[in-house]
Design a protein around this ligand. Structure first.
Ligand SMILES: Nc1ncnc2c1ncn2[C@@H]1O[C@H](COP(=O)(O)OP(=O)(O)OP(=O)(O)O)[C@@H](O)[C@H]1O
Ligand SMILES: [Mg+2]
Length: 299
């Protein structure tokens, strides 16, 4: 075998992961795999178990049971072999308050064997105007950009991003997306969590939708939409200006029917559109179904 075992293995493997905090069963049997070079998203409502899962993978949290492998290593205890190869943006942070952005990033660079260039990373994170600002004076979004810079400074192969763009203004989010895409282009593996489904749709090769510590669905964002439903949504505004929507498996026939009828009456169909269910539609449908099923089994 030419390739070392290590590089043939998936970047992340999770099998039947369980984690309880006392009586709270936060993770109840999660399975997924992330291939090398993949951008993988964990989606799910508040309290679903996303951060818990990510923290187990980062080695910050012990698991109750299950198999977990990160770049071929068990992350428990944060082995040195992993620390140098993994970058992390925690859901909340803000450690060094009295030093400047440049000083913090330089300091962190010293922890890694082959760090990236400090100024380059500061630029990449969109912090060039704040290099000399003390971290406690950064706005929420700017502080988040600093977290991002710290995750990249070690030039990691694998990056964990727990809600990386929460609090970003729209332009900063787009800039962060570009950075994440650039990482993917370099062949890095990214595991991110987000509540922004457009973000997941724009960035992720595959996503897992998690609720109550279990995976409800895994797949490419587009395939999840199509797989969960073959429906198309046809919308338009009628002559009275009322918004109308029909769902159909056969948009060709429905459009023919609607447009013929409109033409026969000599009117147009304002705002006519045909769309597939978005990731957000699928997400809301799946998580609502799971809640309904739980309610049923509880009564
Ligand atoms: N340190 C802790 N001690 C006790 N319970 C915890 C702890 N951390 C998380 N939990 C509980 O575990 C469950 C999962 O929490 P987790 O933070 O993993 O969710 P999440 O999916 O990341 O949610 P969010 O979208 O709000 O970030 C929740 O019920 C939470 O209250
Ligand atoms: Mg979380």
């Amino acid at each position: 075998m030419i390739a070392p075992m290590d590089s043939a293995a998936p970047a992340i493997l999770v099998r039947d992961l369980h984690k309880s905090y006392g009586d709270v069963e936060a993770v109840r049997g999660i399975d997924f795999e992330v291939a090398r070079g993949e951008v993988f998203g964990l989606l799910g409502p508040n309290g679903a178990g996303k951060t818990t899962t990510v923290e187990v993978l980062e080695g910050y949290r012990d698991r109750s049971s299950g198999i977990v492998s990160v770049l071929g290593h068990d992350p428990a205890g944060r082995p040195r072999a992993l620390r140098d190869r993994v970058g992390i943006v925690l859901q909340s942070s803000g450690v060094y308050r009295h030093v400047t952005v440049h000083e913090i990033v330089t300091h962190w660079a010293g922890f890694y064997p082959t760090p990236r260039n400090v100024d380059e990373v500061i630029d990449l994170a969109g912090l060039h105007e704040s290099v000399d600002v003390r971290s406690r004076k950064l706005s929420g979004g700017q502080a988040r950009r600093l977290d991002f810079a710290l995750a990249l400074i070690g030039d990691p192969e694998l990056i964990f991003l727990d809600e990386p763009t929460t609090g970003f203004d729209p332009a900063a989010r787009r800039a962060a997306w570009e950075t994440i895409r650039a990482l993917a282009d370099l062949g890095k593996t990214v595991l991110l969590t987000t509540h922004y489904l457009d973000e997941a749709q724009a960035l992720c090769d595959r996503v897992a939708i998690v609720k109550d510590g279990r995976v409800l669905a895994v797949g490419a964002p587009a395939a999840l939409g199509v797989g969960a439903s073959s429906r198309y949504r046809v919308s338009w505004r009628d002559e009275a200006g009322e918004a109308q929507t029909r769902e159909t498996d056969d948009p060709t026939a429905l459009l023919h029917q609607l447009t013929s009828a409109a033409l026969a009456r000599g009117v147009g169909l304002d705002d006519l559109s045909v769309t597939r269910p978005s990731l957000e539609d699928v997400y809301l449908e799946l998580t609502a179904e799971a809640a309904a099923a739980e309610h049923e089994s509880a009564t």
